[in-house]
Ligand binder design. Structure first.
Ligand SMILES: C[S@@+](CC[C@H](N)C(=O)[O-])C[C@H]1O[C@@H](n2cnc3c(N)ncnc32)[C@H](O)[C@@H]1O
Length: 181
């Protein structure tokens, strides 16, 4: 599964990092990092910063650590077992919070969003990508995306109009928001 994600979703992870457009000294956290493609991509863009990869799966954490080691980026990266609902990060410590293909798996989205906002520095960005076919079907897709935007806006995040972009593995919702300064 990790290998399938590393190839099938690589373009989404890389697109998310491009949307963040990190400064060279940025601190970036990749939530639900899976096999770590985005962690490596972010670390290459932030050679004077830090990139934290978090995933509750021990297998994914090990895959990400191996990917970082092979890319010789261990010194810029930290990879830990953790879920979105309890981020092992201090308040306002991150310039960007990224979630690709995992927000639908969070056990409590409200708590997870609270955590994202807690760790974001003023002016920091949150980027969420999710395959449209993975959007929970409790609501029609557009309503689910509108609700997510509203949930972020209610937390002082200025959300850009969500987009749907086509990736190798299919269409995905792309959402970018910025914390108030
Ligand atoms: C479909 S994979 C996506 C991995 C990678 N971001 C990608 O797009 O290839 C979902 C990942 O989310 C992780 N995950 C599951 N529950 C999570 C949670 N509550 N918080 C953060 N990540 C979670 C899983 O362990 C898994 O690695």
């Amino acid at each position: 599964m990790a290998t399938v994600m590393a190839t099938g979703n690589a373009d989404m992870e890389i697109a998310a990092v491009e949307l963040v457009n990190p400064r060279p000294d940025a601190n970036v956290v990749m939530i639900g990092c899976g096999p770590g493609v985005g962690v490596v991509a972010a670390a290459r863009r932030a050679p004077n910063g830090s990139v934290i990869g978090l995933d509750p799966s021990a297998v994914m954490v090990e895959r990400t650590r191996t990917r970082c080691r092979r890319a010789r980026l261990e010194h810029l990266t930290r990879v830990e077992r953790a879920a979105a609902e309890s981020l092992p990060l201090t308040d306002r410590s991150q310039d960007a919070v990224v979630s690709v293909n995992n927000i639908q798996l969070w056990s409590d989205r409200s708590v997870g969003l609270d955590e994202c906002v807690r760790v974001l520095a003023p002016g920091g960005v949150v980027v969420v990508l999710l395959h449209t076919w993975a959007i929970p079907n409790a609501l029609p897709n557009d309503e689910w995306v509108t609700q997510l935007s509203a949930d972020l806006s209610a937390r002082d995040v200025r959300v850009e109009p969500p987009q749907t972009r086509r990736f190798r593995s299919g269409p995905a919702m792309v959402l970018l928001g910025r914390m108030a300064e």
